[in-house]
Design a protein around this ligand. Sequence first.
Ligand SMILES: Cc1ncc(C[n+]2csc(CCOP(=O)(O)OP(=O)(O)O)c2C)c(N)n1
Ligand SMILES: [Mg+2]
Length: 352
Amino acid sequence: MATKMDAARVYRMMVRSRMVEDAIVEAWAEGLVPGEYHAAIGEEGINAGIIAHLTEHDTMALDHRNTSPFIMRGTDPKALMLEVLGSDEGINRGMSGHMHIFDKSVKAGSDGIVGSGGPLAVGQAYAHTRLHPGSVAITFHGEATMNQGLLMESYNMAVAWNLPVVFVCKDNKWGITTYSKDVTGGDPVSRAKGFGLHVETAAGHKVQDVYAAAGRLVERARAGKGPGFLYLTCHRPNGHFEGDPLVGLLRNPKKQLSVWVPELQGGLVAEGGSVADKAKAMAGVGVRAGRYTRDVALTLRKDPVRRGRSLVSSSVATKIEEQERAEIRAAMDEARERVGHRVGFGVKGGIR
Ligand SMILES: Cc1ncc(C[n+]2csc(CCOP(=O)(O)OP(=O)(O)O)c2C)c(N)n1
Ligand SMILES: [Mg+2]
């Protein structure tokens, strides 16, 4: 039996996730976060709509956009922030970077190797059949990751062994700077069906639709009726990672091109063709990316947190926002303070 979505709980999950990620994005821009940061801003409807179904023994195998699902499942924001800042007081003693966080307390791990969540979740699901029947494993991956062989092997094994796993495909249309349709045969849904996975689809920015679709798949998997594939669209305004040069190109084309042209002249792209041709080609990719990332109206329309606000009364929404803001701000300030002088090995203003 499908359960009714607790809108206030789900809205709180989304707000909390957004606030933690906003704080990390801010720290990254100040040069405090070593390496890249891949935000899941824009994916909150997906994460909350699924995670709201999870119970005690359920597990998650996460990808490089893991902060949001960790936070929604209950990971301590301060411990996570300390980890992202590279502190030895972080959740994995500062050894995991932001992409390889593991939190035993919420039974979830993440990995930056795209597609590797597939075999991890299949293993978790197999363990559930032995240790905790009725539990499910969830794994999240992007649409471009569907071109990774190990993920296809995972779909196959999950169906062949009838395992309680749900594969979640978040389609933002892009794999870094490659438009996924340019490099993908067929489409994700038909491909998943070809493996015999039970498929549900929804618009990822509508958390209530994600919740309903996820509920059907989770319920089937818990009942031993086999694995599922949840296909969800999403819009990520921050692009691939913080400092994404394509987003930069749209926001400040002159500045971005002034970076690219010397790089092109320095031979940082493949041999052949003139610098002008290459710059034009890169700008072309940027323009296409811009249609997707820069359109303010689209960003507002597809913002799951903004939309989710209308699912609760405005007084409830305000209360949730105030409570979360106070807690997250305190956690983030404390994390920064603890790390103190030891931070600063990131690159101020990003890679550019
Ligand atoms: C095996 C492997 N190949 C390449 C990469 C580099 N890489 C990191 S993210 C990414 C694109 C993933 O695109 P998608 O699956 O659509 O996820 P999104 O980043 O859009 O969320 C790639 C190619 C990697 N991390 N692992
Ligand atoms: Mg993608």
